[in-house]
Design a protein around this ligand. Structure first.
Ligand code: SF4
Length: 196
């Protein structure tokens, strides 16, 4: 993505469509879920480049989705609990994130080595399988089983965190998820360290 494309996107009110498109593409073929890796890399590319949370401040499609969703219940929204803003909640979510990445990596390696069968379904919060298989418009049989496994795992993580964020947006302020988002936790840590 060049600089012009970035400036055109900044604070675009339709950014939430990127998130919706991501989840819809998963129904066409789950392999599109691997695009989520970009969502994890881009915030850090911009962070290292600008030494600021550029992604969070204007480009994050998920934050845009939360902002728009939260508007529906903003009249009734509750005060964000203190342990979200200053407490241990962000470390619990960070732990979940690290654990997820660990499981994603280890199980993908094991599937690639032929030690375990690939996971061809979605899971909520790493361990809870969804009762129904995800419909697939195209099943791309040419992909190696570990790629399909990685895609399902990635989609599961994105789905879990997006649903949690949406739930928080409806109960508390729209961007409550941002107070505990692992990307923000890592970015804050980096900026703090960079500033000495
Ligand atoms: S904190 Fe997370 S959800 Fe919020 S804007 Fe940043 S990356 Fe997006």
């Amino acid at each position: 993505m060049n600089n012009n494309m970035f400036s055109n996107l900044k604070n675009n009110k339709f950014l939430f469509l990127v998130t919706l498109a991501y989840f819809i593409l998963g129904f066409i073929t789950i392999h599109f879920a691997l695009l989520g890796i970009l969502c994890m890399i881009l915030p850090f590319v911009l962070l290292f480049k600008n030494q600021r949370k550029t992604w969070c401040q204007g480009y994050c499609p998920r934050a845009n989705l939360y902002t728009r969703t939260g508007k529906f219940t903003s009249k009734y929204s509750m005060k964000t609990p203190k342990f979200f803003v200053k407490g241990y909640m962000k470390w619990i979510i960070f732990g979940y994130f690290v654990l997820s990445l660990f499981f994603i990596t280890m199980t993908t390696v094991k599937v690639a080595a032929g030690d375990v069968a690939p996971m061809n379904y979605l899971r909520f919060l790493i361990v809870f399988p969804l009762p129904k298989a995800m419909p697939q418009l195209f099943s791309y049989g040419g992909a190696a089983p570990w790629i399909t496994h990685l895609a399902y795992r990635f989609y599961s993580m994105m789905m879990t965190t997006t649903l949690l964020g949406l739930g928080l947006a409806l109960i508390y302020k729209p961007r409550t998820w941002c107070t505990i988002c692992p990307i923000a936790t890592l970015s804050d840590g980096y900026i703090k360290k960079a500033k000495g």
